[in-house]
Design a protein around this ligand. Sequence first.
Ligand code: SF4
Length: 365
Amino acid sequence: MGLMHAEQPASADRLNPLGLTSPAFLAAAAERGVREGRAMELYRAFFRDGRAGADWIAPPAPVIGGEQREDATTKFTLRIDEQLETESVILPYAGRTGRARNTLCLSSQIGCAMGCTFCETAQMGLMRNLSVEQIVGQWHAARFTFGTPINNIVYMGMGEPMDNLDAVLGAIRVLADHNGPGIASSKIAVSTVGRAEGIRQLRRLAEEPGFRRVQLAVSINAPNDEIRSRIMPINRATNMAELREAMLEWPARNTRRILIEYVVIPGVNDALEHADELAAYLQPLLCTVNVIPYNPRRNSPWPAPRDEAVRAFMDRLIGHGLFVTRRRTMGRSLMGACGQLGNEKIRRRRLVPIAIPASETAGDP
Ligand code: SF4
């Protein structure tokens, strides 16, 4: 007898579609005696309407911890337990035809262990990994609590996705499921601080049919090892040459260039010679450089860069023949731009100081 005719099951026995692809959901439903056609109907309805259609399906549980709206961005938190909250940002943009589109910036962890000196989240340290359900739950909240259709997903929120790769890959499979959220893999980008082994594992996913156009973004932020090791501790474990080896193995195409992220920090990595060095480093790669004006974190030793300095840096890269874009800094006051997602309340509970070498503070105002 299927559960549809049984008494209401305990919550632990219910299936949670947020954590399951449609084949996995159908298989689990079959074990409960549910017909395949009925299970598929319920799975599709769950992701179309946002509601559980049977008592053996877990009702969607994302609980909004808080929200802020500004500059058309929406930043929200989901409560994971009494102490912890994820953070996500919805960023609207105009598509090629001028139609309104939305990017959802997801967190893969609460906090982050990577310790990049320019990043707000780094001050929290790593608090925990998120599960597939908790990652896809952020999409569910954006779509149904805030009523926002999501066109793009970027893993650029809290955490280093490659440090929680099983859950990140699992969530990509659910998000791209055409019976579920149905987000094309070309609209999903995973951003890493430069974990070479993680890039190789993501490449294995990108070799599977249906995932060939998943995007890779790599946070470089420096023109050489000396500067990168100072602002990104990961570089002491995997230097820029090793990182480039892993990027060269990525099956980049013109339609799927690697996105190189470069946060321009005054007095640290913004000299025109740095642009020359960066261009030489990137020369063998099929990539687009996304220049991100530094968004000062709390107690930042550096100011935001001047617009002319960012423009000059970009022009120098363009002069070297690179494709260059510039990220808008919407949501600055929400601390919802790149690397700025640390939750105030959580941070107050567990604030770790970030050591800034004296030489790094040369750009102080
Ligand atoms: S920039 Fe990314 S990888 Fe570095 S500390 Fe911040 S969240 Fe972690």
